[in-house]
Write a protein that binds this ligand. Structure first.
Ligand code: IMP
Length: 207
């Protein structure tokens, strides 16, 4: 019988990405199938801790193997910030505020804090931690990264979040100047999923 795995996200894009890239013989389900389950707080101090909390919390609550992720931007000159506060770095989303406005606020804060910081000290990376847990234990964990440099202004209009201010030197453009496939090929989330795939295949007996 196929193993059921819950993707602990309400974001359909993330679910599709995981299903597609992991390409495992699995019955994938989303959180929408478990309406009564209470939301697990993302109040950890690291991406890994948040991914673990969500995977273990939802696996315990549902009795189903669960995969969860946490991701964000780490800026060296800001001591690792925005880090786990990436989504709300400039404050909570205001009622009725478009997601893109919040993204602009967050980017503006990073750019202002880095004013006068020279290019060689503007190093940063996107980080994504994935965790797969059963109701009893953590089964697999991976981390993916993509290294970049924070620009002096927003460049490009693709993607979301901090993509317009993260310049990837290897490709000579910001993440927001990449097409979706190009981003997936180098992204922190793509890298974490690519690391997880052989481990999951082995766990499911297909290794
Ligand atoms: P989460 O893991 O979806 O909760 O992401 C937290 C926050 O990190 C997002 O709201 C974005 O601000 C930022 N972030 C995560 N991944 C990306 C990305 O691929 N591009 C740009 N921003 C990202």
């Amino acid at each position: 019988m196929k193993r059921t795995i819950l993707v602990a996200s309400t974001n359909p894009g993330k679910m599709g990405e995981l299903r597609g890239m992991l390409d495992a013989d699995v019955e994938w389900v989303g959180l929408s199938g478990f309406a009564d389950v209470a939301e697990v707080e993302e109040d950890g101090v690291s991406f890994a801790e948040n991914a673990r909390k969500k995977a273990c919390g939802y696996a315990e609550a549902t009795g189903v193997w669960t995969i969860a992720d946490d991701s964000g931007l780490v800026v060296d000159a800001l001591g690792g910030e925005p880090g786990v506060r990436s989504a709300r770095y400039s404050g909570e989303k205001l009622p009725g505020e478009e997601r893109t406005l919040l993204d602009h606020r967050n980017m503006k804060k990073v750019l202002e804090l880095l004013e006068g910081v020279p290019a060689e000290k503007r190093t940063a990376r996107f980080v994504c931690c994935l965790c797969l847990a059963s109701p009893k234990e953590i089964l697999l964990e991976t981390t993916g990264k993509v290294e970049g440099v924070i620009t002096k202004e927003e460049i490009g209009s693709n993607g979301f979040g901090y993509d317009p201010i993260v310049f990837v030197p290897d490709l000579g453009k910001t993440v927001a100047q990449m097409m979706a496939e190009e981003k997936n090929a180098i992204s922190h989330r793509g890298n974490a999923i690519r690391k997880l795939k052989p481990l999951l295949d082995e766990l499911l007996g297909r290794g």
